[in-house]
Design a protein around this ligand. Structure first.
Ligand SMILES: Cc1ncc(COP(=O)(O)O)c(C=O)c1O
Length: 451
């Protein structure tokens, strides 16, 4: 059905006299591949159990080779693939561990890892400047679940509140507004991707009679921009919102592991009037399964607590059953790396980000790198095969590379070499860079008009 829809879209363009673009082609191919899968086959009576396991292992081994090959071209998505150290935890796969319910409450269920979970949460609480007895949190299934919890908390505390989030926010924010049936004001973004606080002020003033639930981004999805928390708070105060009339959630899915380790960066901490923060654990930290952390203030959590007799604990989380392995993986990597190791990873990624940005600029390619960011934005290559090969994420005229710890200078050189070779084919020797000033700002555009 999806493939059919895409084909129709393709045909519609042809009918309208428009050339179907490479991007349509990319979409159509991605959708057409949906039907393929490794079939689940009934055990064959002629095959003994050992042969069957050998056959299955062969498929898994081949798949592993495929993953290894894809990792060396993994540039566009925000995930760290330095995961070898997690192999030490593989023996835990023989246990079905479930952290259902509240991490801090005892339950009768014995196969849980809440001691690891609480250790991880304490570590994050310290990083975000909130005392042990002041915070509440849990290990989530990823950034989206943390956003779901943070915004739910805001809505329960301020039931008539309007959600304000910038246009550069992750799509989960707009989905959450729909799920919770909240009124949502989309705030304009600057060319850097930061929230435009003038637009925020205008919209707050129009809705002065209702509380404000504000999502701020610590690392936007596409441009890696970090919103100015102090300016947002100042804007709220200037518009006459007192502390009990607003709630701030921080979506730190991507840069929650970058910004806190930068000496020059503005402080994001619970010492400021924020209500919650959500960070992904599979992005910068590279946990091999989706996970994350949600922190909030302990005094808020009662509003979401319900005692559930048959799990013999309190329900305070979004999910029921919760992954019991991921807190152990988070605990393990935080212990392996320590604060110093994480600082080194961040420093290396920032250096490599600047390296890529500078090399692109030198080659006459429009590019942008925000402060405190590891996301390099540049012009979208007009070739879906190239995009697929390097697993680039694209939006409109732009593509981006996220410099995670597994990305080496050698990998970037390989990418740059390939890009420059392909540009000769795409644009000919003249290499006229397309206009990108509207997307990334005039100062980052090297087109013939703005250079
Ligand atoms: C800013 C931002 N928030 C939230 C998310 C969602 O995170 P997850 O994929 O862990 O649910 C992402 C994912 O890229 C993101 O970029």
């Amino acid at each position: 059905m999806a493939a059919q829809l895409s084909a129709n879209n393709f045909n519609q363009k042809a009918i309208n006299g428009e050339e179907p673009s490479d991007y349509d082609d990319h979409q159509a191919m991605a959708e057409e591949k949906k039907g393929e899968g490794f079939a689940v086959e009934e055990p064959n009576n002629e095959e003994c159990a050992v042969e069957r396991v050998d056959r299955l292992s062969k498929t898994v081994t081949e798949f592993q080779e495929h993953l290894r090959e894809r990792v060396s071209y993994y540039l566009g998505y925000p995930a760290n693939h330095n995961c070898e150290h997690y192999l030490a935890l593989s023996t835990l796969l023989q246990f079905n561990i479930n952290n259902v319910g509240d991490p801090f409450k005892e339950s009768d269920h014995g196969l849980h890892s809440k001691k690891f979970e609480v250790g991880v949460l304490d570590w994050f609480a310290q990083l975000w400047g909130i005392d042990k007895d002041e915070y509440w949190g849990y290990v989530t299934n990823g950034g989206t679940e943390g956003n779901l919890h943070g915004i739910l908390m805001g809505r329960e505390l301020l039931p008539n509140g309007i959600l304000y989030t910038s246009q550069e926010s992750h799509y989960s924010m707009f989905k959450i507004a729909r799920m919770y049936r909240m009124d949502c004001e989309t705030i304009a973004s600057l060319a850097t991707g930061k929230m435009d606080c003038n637009d925020l002020r205008d919209k707050l003033l129009i809705n002065k009679d209702r509380p404000a639930i504000i999502n701020i981004n610590i690392g936007t999805t596409f441009k890696g921009a970090t919103d100015d928390l102090d300016l947002v708070v100042q804007t709220l105060e200037d518009c006459g919102f007192s502390r009990d009339q607003f709630y701030i959630h921080c979506d730190a899915a991507i840069s929650g592991f970058v910004v806190p380790f930068l000496k020059q960066a503005p402080k994001f901490t619970f010492k400021k009037p924020i209500g919650s923060v959500s960070i992904s654990g599979h992005k910068f930290l590279g946990c091999p399964m989706p996970c994350g952390v949600l922190l909030t203030r302990k005094r808020y959590i009662d509003i979401l607590s319900t005692s559930i007799e048959y799990i013999a604990t309190v329900d305070t989380t979004i999910a029921g059953s919760r992954n019991g392995h991921s807190p152990i993986f988070l605990w393990y990597v935080l212990n392996i790396k320590g604060q110093k190791g994480l600082e080194e990873d961040v420093e290396k990624c920032l250096i490599n980000s600047r390296y890529l940005r500078d090399r692109l600029k030198k080659a006459g390619i429009n590019s942008m790198l925000n402060e405190m960011s590891i996301t390099v934005v540049f012009e979208r290559p007009p070739d879906s095969e190239f995009i697929r090969h390097w697993q680039l994420q694209c939006l409109g005229n732009m593509a981006h590379v996220v410099i995670m710890p597994h990305v080496t200078v050698e990998m970037l050189d390989h990418f740059l070499y390939d890009l420059l070779q392909k540009r000769n084919i795409w644009y000919g020797k003249l290499q006229l860079a397309p206009l990108l000033a509207k997307d990334i700002g005039i100062c980052n555009c090297v087109c013939s008009v703005h250079a």
